[in-house]
Design a protein around this ligand. Sequence first.
Ligand code: FAD
Length: 488
Amino acid sequence: MSAAFVIVGGGIAGVTCAETLSALCSDVKIILLAASGLIKTVVNFQQVSRTLESFQVEERPKTSLEEHCPNVEVVEKIVLSLNSEKNKIICSDGSEVVYKKLCICTGGRPKLIPGNNERVLGIRDVQSVVEFQKMLSNAKRLLVVGNGGIATELVHEIQGCEVIWAIKDSYITSTFVDAGAAQFFLPHLNNEKTTENLPSKRLKYVVDKDAKNSNAPVLGGALGPDWATSHEMSGSEKGPRSVFVEHCVEVKKVLTPEEFKKSQLKDVTPPGFRTAPPLPQETWPVYVELTNGTVYGCDFIVSATGIIPNSEIFLKGNKFDTSTDGYLNVNSRMETSVTDVYAAGDICSATWEWAPQWQQMHLWTQARQMGCYAAKCMAAALKVEEVQMDFCFELFAHVTVFFNFKVVLLGKFNAQGLGDDYEMLLRVTIGEEYVKAVLQDGRLVGAILIGETNLEETFENLILNAMDLTPFKEHLLNPNIDIEDFFD
Ligand code: FAD
């Protein structure tokens, strides 16, 4: 088998890359190698503002891509290795695929806490969510480790179960927000915010109803927005969840009940939680010792501490430059250090000189943007043409929902990399909105907008235009001034 363009991975990055290549080079053969017959497709894409995007994601059979991209063939195969000297991919069934240009979009898998215990679960794909639901339905207490988006959504969605949330930072959701915003969210950890007039999450994840019944993919693509709200998340108890947050800790050890008994360690009960394992059990099915010495028993553990890139198979026998944690380094044309090999999405590490207000995060939006841009670069390389860096890499922009609040993150929203050389303006209405503007040299460089602030487009423009706001600073967050009119 051979094709001018070969792409590995049926997630958002791989599928977007195939679709864009198909549009740019309609007479060139493209092969997409996907580990499962179900691939991710972006639907209802809308450019909401210059950098904010809105789209939904559906999991669809591979034929849906072939129907609207006739020069794309989706081949269900697991890739085993790469021979970059011969421009050849080797698959698990022994077949070989020869390419002129290759794009690796194999994403990542959950980084699990050490211990190899079957009661430690990572969440990545539909299959792992189904497994999680099964374990949760019989659970009275679970421990969630991690402080990013997955952990936050999980803790918020679970009902009928006690949840211990172990985080390494001094405040919750640190990957996305600052300590102030975390404080704003805290009252909603155990109490529900009303869902009336809720902003709809701009990115929506839809699981094809057949997906759950299909042969489970060997390596499913990452889930994405709305994964938690679209799945039943109930433990064995009736009523709401109770959440206890254990700050500034990591997991030291995971113990089986036998190891726990032998260890002479004593487990503790968070305030307000049941005091003993449920009868007729005498022990919890698993115990966790934290770095602060505290030991908790629970039914199972969810490890949401980031991902490991699926890059090992490509590294064997090929000279890829990688980041220290194994991501494939790509330059400003999405090229890896190996000739004719590109990479996009969660698998890659962007090593070009970033625009001042952009940063890489492993997010759905960036997987789509990188897949699209990699395709433009591959097509240009084949036609020996120049390519311009996409505008989407000018400003980091992300919309999500945490604790039923719309959350918009722009630019250096957490003052990343600014040291002490910045100024912060804040407007908070408890239970309603949290607005933080980050300024450097009088210019807006980042923002966190929580709630229905309607400030995103104006703030985006102010960041992109790098306007000196020194004369207007005190009015910037004044709720009585319509800031849009102010700058018109
Ligand atoms: P993936 O989606 O991981 O796709 C990789 C593909 O490669 C898979 O189809 C896999 O089967 C295939 N593959 C791997 N190895 C091989 C092989 N050897 N041979 C053949 N195929 C192979 N992002 C957001 O923006 N907002 C969110 O709210 C959000 N929530 C998330 C919640 C969860 C639970 C998770 C897990 C992720 C979430 N993300 C979110 C992140 C987002 O889903 C990822 O950034 C995005 O899906 C990455 O896309 P990708 O195409 O690079 O990788």
